[in-house]
Design a protein around this ligand. Structure first.
Ligand SMILES: [Zn+2]
Length: 311
């Protein structure tokens, strides 16, 4: 199994590196699948929210009085890391009652099927991503590496509340990166203070996807625009995301371990910057595609003035 994955890995390492990490890593290092699948020490982020993902692919445990919610399961191959992290924090797999996802790509939901089988947890997803999850990634406007298909038990709509015990997760549909890309929010309390937590969805544009005249999803440009608008309206204190690089995991953990006076994950500006960075990439691509389209519609316009007066 391992060598089969590795041969595929060459192709998908490129896909992964440029795809989910496209924005922040455009000119920085790009991670292969193996490089994204390294162990990372699990820890409590704030209140009852814990990080249990790999060095790059984020997975979160949210503890409630009625059990655990797991947001994202990572690559199928990340399961040993994620399970060890959950155990290291003293949690039991059997206490996972709900499995959520940010978006249905193999590096975030590849472990869903096995985790569901191991825990009996209920899987919640948006309608758009439910189709992708139940087809193992094959029924998508832009299929990537397939993963183990998983049955979705509950479909969530925009604004839907998923409740477990004393905790509520709200689904905000931010499609574009996938059909049902979802930003999750919740409110937690620590030391008598309340915090709005945003688990932002991925806002990058997959390589090979066009925003103008894109047959697989003709309205994709408007869809992205609406998603950016939605994100700008979310109250945020704690900023988290699907990849470590999106929200500066490594730096923030270092600050935390260095006895920072305040929790470094309280970072509303981080979300602000994230939205601005990806919206700029979106606008630049849209502008380039529109220019290309208009110049190809008038191929001789630019050359006209040169000799025309000499006629
Ligand atoms: Zn992705």
């Amino acid at each position: 199994m391992r060598h089969r994955f590795t041969s595929l890995g060459v192709v998908f390492a490129v896909a992964l590196a440029s795809l989910c990490l496209a924005g922040p890593r455009l000119s920085a290092q790009q991670l292969s699948v193996d490089e994204s699948n390294q162990p990372f020490k699990p820890f409590r982020i704030i209140a009852d929210i814990y990080y249990v993902g790999t060095n790059d692919v984020a997975c979160y445990i949210i503890k409630t009085r009625a059990g655990l919610i797991l947001l994202d399961t990572g690559f199928e191959e990340a399961a040993p890391i994620v399970r060890a992290n959950i155990a290291a924090l003293g949690f039991k797999l059997n206490d996972i009652k709900i499995i959520l996802s940010g978006h249905a790509h193999f590096d975030h939901v590849g472990g869903h099927a096995d985790m569901k089988q191991a825990t009996g947890a209920q899987v919640y997803a948006s309608a758009g991503d439910a189709v992708v999850l139940e087809s193992g990634g094959t029924r998508s406007f832009h299929p990537l590496k397939p993963f183990k298909a998983v049955k979705v038990d509950h479909v969530v709509t925009d604004g839907a509340a998923v409740r477990l015990g004393d905790l509520t997760m709200i689904a905000h549909l931010t499609p574009g990166h996938t059909e049902g890309n979802t930003t999750w929010t919740t409110v937690v309390a620590e030391n008598g203070k309340q915090y709005n937590v945003v688990f932002v969805g991925s806002m990058s544009i997959n390589p090979g996807v066009h925003l103008v005249d894109f047959a697989p999803w003709p309205e994709i440009a408007e869809v992205y625009a609406r998603s950016f608008q939605l994100l700008k309206g979310l109250p945020c204190d704690v900023f988290l995301g699907p990849h470590a690089s999106f929200f500066g995991l490594q730096d923030k953990v270092q600050k935390m371990n260095g006895n920072a006076k305040s929790n470094p994950f309280v970072d509303p500006e981080g979300l602000h910057d994230y939205i601005a960075r990806f919206e700029k990439l979106y606008r630049d691509q849209l502008q380039q595609e529109r220019q290309r389209k208009s110049s190809s519609a008038h191929p001789f316009r630019k050359q006209e003035p040169v000799n025309s007066i000499l006629e």
